[in-house]
Design a protein around this ligand. Structure first.
Ligand SMILES: NC(=O)C1=CN([C@@H]2O[C@H](COP(=O)(O)OP(=O)(O)OC[C@H]3O[C@@H](n4cnc5c(N)ncnc54)[C@H](OP(=O)(O)O)[C@@H]3O)[C@@H](O)[C@H]2O)C=CC1
Ligand SMILES: CC(=O)N[C@@H](CCC(=O)OP(=O)(O)O)C(=O)O
Length: 345
């Protein structure tokens, strides 16, 4: 059994990790931290886990994380980088759900996150945890940087088009919407019920930290300079993300050929569902599951290709993706413990 520790067990991605790992056949939950709930039984806070998780929260200082085989950091940016060096030295594998190891260039990370990076030497060794595009690196990694939720949809949606060289890499547009759980469980005015419900707005239009993360990753797959305009929006739902991606076609290509690019690319990816051309994927078709669904459109058969992408931000966009990485790092079947079907309605 793989002994698992979770730092940040009271947050939304933390409890999502608990939901998935409590029924994972190869995992023994060993330590779950919270600074505020030290000593409280986990199931007292989350009754959905009664009878499934019998651990208590412990403070990060008291949790002996070095006894774990793998530690997930479901914490704000900057927490993992403080503890990862010691854990890695002790032979523990680390999966960070925050951004500490996602961006390879220290200066770029510090510009966007306004935190000094205290272990830049680890940036090169960290594997970027998007299994569909980086499976072999993840298998070998001791440290994994789990992708951001928006970047997951943007990369999986644009990748086949960029790889085939059929769109202009310099004019990518991503119009993305997230449910409110994307902002985490911490108290903030913007996520109060009376602020976020019955309301709809864009944010981070002048610049969002997921733009450099996504651009840097997409740049690995094309020699043309990537230019990405990304606009996130907050929608009045709890879970779910919908990204509408626009690419300008530069090659003469039929709709069948476009569709084939995606079907071939994701043929062996259990968590990417390429829907029939012209479909309209819904966020609820992914709610609670690790599936990302996408569909292609081409208005008036013109030179714009649109990729619609949906996922559950807390599962494929965060904790499910992290478990997918854990499976690869421990030589398990990639889908182990992740075969849940989405909840309807
Ligand atoms: N929500 C989402 O959809 C996604 C989130 N992410 C990323 O995952 C990470 C976690 O997000 P989310 O679960 O939403 O956040 P939450 O705010 O819901 O939870 C944060 C957790 O971290 C703990 N924590 C906070 N500060 C510290 C600290 N200094 N040391 C140790 N523990 C700390 C908190 O518990 P306590 O205060 O009790 O210690 C809490 O359990 C973030 O980096 C986020 O950006 C990535 C993709 C999607
Ligand atoms: C709705 C909402 O606020 N979403 C978050 C993104 C969540 C996510 O992916 O987190 P990372 O910060 O780990 O990349 C945001 O825009 O900041």
């Amino acid at each position: 059994m793989i002994k698992v520790g979770i730092v940040g067990g009271t947050g939304y991605t933390g409890v999502e990790l608990l939901r998935l790992l409590a029924v994972h056949p190869d995992v023994e939950l060993t330590a779950i931290t919270s600074r505020k709930e030290d000593g409280l039984p986990v199931a007292d806070m989350f009754p959905s886990l009664r009878g499934r998780v019998n651990l208590k929260f412990s403070s990060p200082e008291n949790a002996d994380l070095t006894q774990c085989d793998v530690v997930f950091f479901a914490t704000p940016h900057g927490v993992a980088m403080a503890q990862a060096p010691e854990l890695l030295k002790a032979g523990v594998k680390v999966i960070d759900l925050a951004a500490d190891f996602r961006i390879k260039e220290k200066a770029v990370f510090e510009k966007w996150y306004k935190i000094e990076h205290t272990c830049p030497d680890l940036l090169e060794q960290a594997a970027y945890g998007l299994a569909e595009l980086n499976r072999e690196d993840i298998r070998k990694a001791q440290l994994v940087a789990n992708p951001g939720c928006y970047p997951t949809t943007m990369q999986l949606g644009f990748y086949p088009l960029l790889k085939a060289g059929v769109i202009d890499a310099g004019s990518l547009i991503a119009d993305c919407k997230s449910g409110v759980s994307g902002a985490g469980r911490k108290a903030e005015i913007g996520t109060l019920f009376s602020e976020a419900s019955d309301n709809f707005k864009a944010y981070g239009v002048a610049g969002h930290r997921h733009t450099p993360e996504t651009s840097a990753q997409l740049q690995r797959f094309t020699s043309d300079k990537v230019g990405l305009i990304f606009t996130p929006h907050l929608v009045p739902m709890i879970r779910g993300m919908h990204s509408t991606l626009y690419g300008r076609l530069t090659k003469d290509i039929s709709n069948d050929e476009l569709q084939a690019l995606f079907e071939e690319q994701y043929r062996d990816s259990a968590f990417v569902d390429v829907m029939p051309f012209g479909s309209h994927p819904e966020t609820r078709s992914t709610r609670g599951s690790n599936m990302l669904r996408l569909a292609l459109h081409r208005p008036d058969n013109g030179d714009t290709v649109i990729v619609l992408v949906v996922q559950d931000n807390l599962v494929k966009g965060a904790s499910g993706q992290a478990v997918q990485c854990m499976n690869l790092m421990f030589g398990l079947e990639e889908t182990t413990g992740l075969t849940q079907i989405a909840l309807l309605p």
